[in-house]
Design a binder for this molecule. Structure first.
Ligand SMILES: Nc1nc2c(ncn2[C@@H]2O[C@H](COP(=O)(O)OP(=O)(O)OP(=O)(O)O)[C@@H](O)[C@H]2O)c(=O)[nH]1
Ligand SMILES: [Mg+2]
Length: 584
């Protein structure tokens, strides 16, 4: 289906033309028919000579109803610009064209109506000149009369040619259906309508409502007045929703593919067209069928930050427009550059941000996003509209390659520094390392630890036992063989010498997590700590040093530093009378 929105000044014959082409009444309301004026959007469709279908979104031309007009054209990729031969170019001809230009609409057709009342030549020439300067470029023009029907066959053929030029939508895209109308049908519940610009909808689909937290389910679909099991973009569609309260949804809301959009109230954008130097501080942002007041903070020469009064599901690259409702004036177009911009708290942050934005063009750019965000979840980028085609470094985390390499180097440095500061400990706790590197997720630490580093019992050590120099590994094995059944007896100093375990060898074994150093020349096997806690927990609490020594079957030389280490680890607590308890 080809969807086209009308545009043009009040009374120039838009609805008459749609009626003449389709035989349907676009002015749905009695008040519209009584006043002979379109107030809100109208919908009609017909078959073209090629056999294809064209659906019209007919908009009001009166200046008071420009917001309604914008809700209609927002999601529509093509425009039928209507100018009356007898009246020529008028203020809302210009304002509607400015809106189409701001939204970047690139496909259109000019219909010069009421050609039975005046020669269409002058109106055509002026309109074509005005339009040529916009995103629509040079447009084909057809002179018509809605009254006599003159020119309608030519217009139908021109619509066919236009439909053939409009690029095919991406049907795998996630759905973002901007609601332009909602009503209730007795017995069926809530129905919303909109122009489906990409993706497909099926009966039974689960969708999200932007800003809502409960999913909704598609109970039925209609397109062109018929029930359908599935509707593929581009299409006008009516969606019957299950379990949705009637007043929950209205114009400006959006139905979304779950998990694919993130609603944001802060965006950095580029102004398109001729941005005024003195932009008002508050304007209305029109995007899709939504209209939301925004506060404008200028950043660079053509970039601003917008704070929305209510969040919208926006993507990088979205086109939107800013309008000054007080002055009835389209201020300009915007292209969304960033939907999750950093706060500007520090001095100079705004100027630095302006420099970053100067480099952005609104085309989703994975490498650039990674460079700026350094670490980001794949799902977060997807919800910004940035396609992800690189493998995550851990979990669903993506990393800027240079940053990731720096982090890897920092891991080595931090673990070595920790080993120097706490030589008695078998490595740096993973969480301490995570905090030190300010990493948001533990899986990132785990992915950054590479041989010869390894994680053992929640700590990152500089080497594994296997990586110990051969003589040291052998000496550790012998300690294990000799002391395995007396885990709290430490080898005496001369026995350590016999085993070849001098201070350097012990240091290496400790860093590898193969030995636990309690004091100079006092080492135990690393699992002794847990064993000691188990034994001590079996004592009547609190217990004295002497009771602990006996229970552990060891000497003061081991018991004193062992208990002190357990105190530091929080496994035991020393009471004022020097007795201790096991902390459970
Ligand atoms: N003679 C003549 N009259 C026309 C033609 N097209 C529209 N009209 C008349 O012009 C008036 C306005 O037509 P509409 O179709 O309502 O105009 P519109 O552009 O839809 O107006 P809004 O929706 O209010 O912006 C009506 O009285 C129509 O009968 C035409 O081709 N020839
Ligand atoms: Mg009308």
């Amino acid at each position: 289906m080809f969807v086209v929105a009308t545009a043009g000044h009040v009374d120039h014959g838009k609805s008459t033309l749609v009626r003449a082409l389709t035989g349907m009444e676009p002015d749905r309301w009695a008040e519209e028919r009584r006043r002979g004026m379109t107030i809100d959007l109208g919908f009609a469709w017909t078959t073209l000579p090629s056999g294809g279908t064209v659906a019209f979104v007919d908009v009001p031309g009166h200046e008071r109803f420009v917001p309604n007009m914008l809700a209609g054209v927002g999601p529509v990729p093509a425009a039928l610009i209507v100018v009356a031969a007898d009246e020529g170019w008028m203020p809302q001809s210009a304002e509607h064209l400015a809106a189409l230009d701001a939204l970047g609409v690139a496909y259109g057709l000019l219909a010069v109506t009421r050609a039975d009342l005046a020669d269409p030549g002058q109106a055509t020439a002026r309109a074509r000149a005005e339009i040529a300067a916009t995103s629509l470029g040079a447009l084909p023009a057809v002179a018509v009369s809605g009254l006599t029907g003159a020119g309608l066959p030519e217009l139908r053929s021109a619509l066919d040619r236009l439909a053939a030029r409009v690029p095919a939508p991406v049907v795998d895209d996630p759905v973002r259906l901007w609601v332009d109308r909602s009503f209730t049908v007795r017995g069926s519940g809530t129905v919303v309508t909109g122009t489906l610009g990409g993706g497909r909808l099926r009966v039974g689909d689960e969708l999200e409502v932007a800003g809502g937290d409960e999913p909704v389910r598609v109970r039925g679909l209609h397109s062109l007045g018929e029930a359908r099991p599935e509707v593929t973009a581009v299409a006008r569609v009516a969606v019957n929703l299950r379990g949705t309260p009637r007043d929950r949804l209205g114009r400006g809301d959006a139905l979304l593919t779950p998990g694919r959009f993130h609603s944001t109230d802060l965006v950095d954008v580029r102004l398109t067209g001729d941005p005024a130097a003195d932009l008002p501080a508050t304007l209305t942002l029109h995007v899709g069928s939504a209209a939301v007041p925004v506060r404008v903070r200028p950043l660079g020469p053509d970039t601003v930050r917008l704070r929305l009064v209510r969040p919208l599901p926006l993507l990088v690259g979205d086109r939107a427009l800013l309008r000054d409702p007080g002055r009835h004036h389209v201020t300009g177009g915007v292209r969304v550059l960033d939907v999750a911009p950093p706060p500007l708290a520090r001095r100079g942050a705004a100027a630095a941000r302006a420099q970053v934005l100067a480099e952005l063009n609104g085309r989703p750019d994975l490498a650039g996003e990674l460079r700026r965000r350094r670490l980001v979840r794949a799902g977060t980028l997807l919800r910004m509209g940035v396609p992800v085609h690189t493998a995550p470094v851990a979990g669903d985390w993506l990393a800027d390659p240079a940053h990731w390499q720096r982090l890897g180097e920092q891991v080595t440095e931090e673990v070595a520094r920790y080993a120097r500061e706490y030589p008695l400990e078998p490595g740096m706790p993973v969480d301490a390392l995570r905090q030190r590197l300010a990493l948001p997720d533990r899986v990132l630490v785990e992915a950054l630890v590479r041989p010869p580093l390894r994680i053992h019992a929640g700590r990152v050590g500089t080497a594994s036992v296997d990586a110990l120099p051969e003589p040291v590994a052998r000496a550790v094995q012998r300690v294990r063989a000799e002391y395995g059944d007396r885990p709290f007896r430490a080898p005496e100093a001369d026995r350590l010498v016999d085993l070849g375990l001098g201070p350097r060898e012990i240091g290496a074994a400790v860093r590898a997590g193969a030995l636990l150093r309690l004091a100079d020349n006092v080492v135990l096997l690393p699992d002794a700590l847990d064993g000691a806690v188990r034994v001590l927990a079996g004592l009547p609490q609190p217990f004295t040093l002497s009771a602990a020594r006996q229970a552990l079957d060891t000497t003061r030389r081991v018991a004193v530093p062992l208990l002190e280490l357990l105190d530091r680890r929080g496994a035991t607590r020393r009471l004022p009378d020097d007795a201790r308890i096991v902390v459970t």
